[in-house]
Design a protein around this ligand. Structure first.
Ligand SMILES: Nc1ncnc2c1ncn2[C@@H]1O[C@H](COP(=O)(O)OP(=O)(O)OP(=O)(O)O)[C@@H](O)[C@H]1O
Length: 297
């Protein structure tokens, strides 16, 4: 029923993108652009797997989508048709959620919450107001959280469970995940991935998940996005990745892409490659990083 409801709504909205990135450019201070003319569109209900070598730009992209860096005008990076950076309500309302590697979490209007200290899991989880009790119970159960855990005495995996629980308390519409299952045991990871899948199928949520762990993701993801040095080399439905139609699994497909990337790097001439263009395609102004403009969170 729920699935049908969001799909009807979606057809009325003419399949609007849940994420839209158009001609994005971004550089860290003092560095040449990491992203230049970067485009990405996702539809509601999709589960994107974001893959690429170490340093290819996955975390930076997720942080930009999460509104943590300003990368140009309001139209460049839009989530739910609103500017990811300028519309702070997106994050405060919980519609746009980001779960990354750090041990702190912005939970709506509660702001940054440290996840280490002499307090219980219960205090943390029940400290967030306005949460649907049934959803909260479901998450506590799913992540097998003991509400009596003292946060300064738990293991990395247990702390991670509490972090994930808090990040999911509000029913998100777009969820950005940066390698968050890394500390979880197999059962917790499988159950969580299944929960994410249901959130997309039943509510039309969109997930972008950056990971190097591909176990079980062939049947989980709907799309695969492959980044190389800040360039989106592939963005396809998983069913359209030709290598996956043969017997190859996701791990070996991504491994072959990464290996050919490394090989072509080695075969490059020793002269340094020309830097990516540093002027904006939208005007003659010099390229400016988000930090030059002091617009980052
Ligand atoms: N705060 C920062 N300041 C300057 N450069 C940075 C910063 N964070 C990342 N970088 C650089 O930006 C590039 C992309 O880094 P990013 O963390 O986005 O890659 P990644 O694909 O997430 O890597 P990994 O798979 O190792 O997590 C790298 O060259 C990195 O050194």
């Amino acid at each position: 029923m729920a699935e049908k409801a969001w799909k009807n709504e979606e057809s009325e909205n003419e399949k609007q993108n849940s994420i839209s990135v158009v001609g994005m450019q971004f550089a860290y201070e003092g560095q040449s652009p990491l992203f230049y003319g970067f485009n990405l569109n996702t539809l509601p209900g999709s589960r994107y797997l974001l893959v690429g070598a170490n340093g290819s730009g996955k975390t930076t992209l997720l942080r930009i989508l999460a509104g943590k860096h300003m990368v140009g005008g309001r139209d460049v990076v839009q989530v739910l048709n609103r500017s990811a950076f300028h519309d702070t309500q997106l994050v405060c309302s919980g519609e746009l959620a980001y779960l990354g590697g750090s041990w702190s979490k912005t939970v709506g209007s509660a702001g940054e919450i440290p996840l280490q200290g002499d307090f219980s899991a219960e205090q943390m989880i029940f400290g967030v107001e306005g949460i649907d009790p049934a959803r909260r119970e479901k998450l506590i159960d799913l992540l097998d959280i003991d509400l009596q855990w003292r946060m300064h005495k738990v293991s990395d995996g247990q702390r991670r469970r509490v972090q994930i629980c808090m990040g999911l308390l509000v029913p998100f519409k777009v969820l950005l995940l940066d390698e968050v299952t890394v500390d979880l045991d197999v059962v917790a990871r499988i159950d969580l991935l299944e929960f994410f899948k249901q959130e997309c199928e039943q509510r039309g949520a969109t997930i972008v998940y950056a990971t190097h762990i591909f176990d079980g993701l062939e049947t989980w993801a709907t799309h695969l996005a492959y980044i190389q040095d800040g360039e989106l080399r592939r963005a396809k439905k998983l069913t359209e990745v030709s290598e996956l139609r043969s017997s190859a699994n996701l791990l070996s497909v991504v491994e072959s892409w990464l290996r050919s990337e490394t090989k072509s790097e080695k075969e490059k001439p020793t002269n340094p490659p020309p830097e990516k263009q540093k002027t904006s395609p939208f005007g003659a102004s010099p390229f400016m990083s988000s930090r030059h403009m002091a617009y980052y969170r």
